[in-house]
Design a protein around this ligand. Structure first.
Ligand code: NAD
Length: 374
């Protein structure tokens, strides 16, 4: 099998879908790996590091020529895949609900698009799950970036000149990113509190030494929620949550929001009116800004100042940690394909549970159940 790795072309994308480590492992399975020259540059990986691992490097067309599998971080434009084998697999992020046109083009070209964001949340797929690996890094980066913008220190410091108070940090949405945000803010010495709609997160918040702030009088989502995902909440819950946030947020110095609902715009959790109650100099980092935002007025890749509060968020947070984000993304790809490697056939054979979950196009059609009628 020939596996091709292209340089990412999306604006602001710094990651790469394979590292020398994973290229070597794919080669160990009997494959040829072709990496586009400069593909790893933004992630501090040189062409010669790929070559040392046994990969070939060259221009996009020569890499893609006769490829059986193309690996990407963000799915490449179909035009770039000209020359790949008929029916070639392309494993990458496809943003499936927002990119119908691209999926139709993939179907028309006869490629099999495998969406890494549709990896099912089952135990055996954890090591293949790019949403988890990237969210974890994003949660960390949100806190250190917010810390950098905050004009004060995180930990309490008792000095000869007087005491510096500990920062108060509130994390809204305690999935993978939120848990890492809590852990990072704790490590930096902040006093941390957190909230979610899923009751299972209460124990997780407390086990990290943070304070759980929950809506008590209206029922949220019991336990983990379906597949660990939240759904849109009732109007009654939203009103109770808004009241709780209003009471809590005025005392916070930093707020990290990470609330997402799959296939929908992110829920708005902080209004302009609530921001106005915060102290000047406070910082809000909206990790959901690219999905519509949890914070009224947040804009991707900009620092918006409202009522003296800095509101910020990146359109692609993991891309701000290119080396680690690439290393984990590349391992997710390898763990995925190698788990299904049929040694005799010399290629991967996906099973129904994972294959049908991630496969978007095949045989000229859009085949994924989640996209039917979308
Ligand atoms: P996510 O990115 O979809 O959402 C982030 C968080 O926002 C979630 O915890 C969600 O409950 C919360 N949220 C949504 N609406 C909210 C609102 N209105 N107010 C407050 N919070 C709100 O979630 P995620 O980080 O991908 O993970 C969620 C869960 O899934 C976690 O428990 C995680 O451990 C689990 N998970 C399991 C696997 C696996 O088993 N393979 C993989 C990934 C995640």
């Amino acid at each position: 099998m020939k596996i091709a790795v292209l340089k990412e072309r999306a604006a602001g994308e710094t990651r790469v879908a394979a590292t020398p480590e994973t290229a070597k492992k794919f080669i160990g399975l009997g494959n040829e790996v072709a990496v586009e020259s400069g593909a790893g540059e933004a992630a501090s990986i040189t062409d010669s590091a790929y070559a040392e691992a046994g990969a070939t490097t060259g221009d996009a067309a020569s890499c893609v020529k006769d490829a059986d599998i193309v690996l990407g971080v963000q799915a490449p434009d179909v035009a770039l895949l000209k020359g790949a084998k008929p029916g070639a697999w392309v494993a990458a992020l496809f943003d499936p609900f927002q990119s119908r046109e691209r999926l139709e083009a993939y179907a028309k070209a006869g490629f099999e698009a495998l969406s890494m964001e549709f990896m099912p949340r089952i135990t055996r797929a954890q090591s293949m799950d790019v949403l988890s690996s990237q969210s974890n890094l994003a949660g960390y980066k949100a806190v250190v970036t917010a810390a950098d913008e905050y004009g004060r220190a995180f930990p309490m410091m008792m000095t000869a000149a007087g005491t510096v108070n500990a920062a108060k940090c509130f994390v809204m949405g305690v999935g993978v990113a939120g848990l890492q945000a809590i852990a990072t803010a704790k490590r930096l010495g902040a006093q941390v509190s957190a909230t979610d709609v899923r009751s299972a997160t209460k124990e997780q918040i407390e086990s990290l030494g943070a304070k759980a702030i929950f809506v008590e009088d209206v029922e949220g989502i019991e336990g983990e929620g379906s597949g660990g995902y939240a759904t849109e909440m009732s109007d009654e819950y939203k009103a109770a949550q808004a009241k709780l946030v209003s009471e809590h947020i005025a005392k916070q110095d930093l707020v990290i929001t990470t609330a997402l609902i799959p296939g929908r715009a992110a829920p708005v959790l902080i209004t302009d009116e609530q921001i106005a109650t915060m102290k000047p100099g406070s910082v809000i980092f909206d990790l959901a800004v690219a999905q519509g935002g949890n914070v009224e007025g947040s804009k991707p890749d900009e620092i918006v100042v409202k009522h003296g509060v800095k509101i910020m968020g990146y359109s692609n947070t993991p891309a701000h940690l290119p080396a680690d984000a690439s290393a984990l993304f590349a391992r997710n790809h390898f763990n995925f394909l190698s788990a299904f490697w049929d040694k005799e056939a010399g290629k991967p054979e996906l099973d129904e549970e994972i294959g049908d979950a991630v496969r978007l196009t095949k045989g000229g059609e859009i085949v994924n159940e989640r996209l039917k009628g979308a």
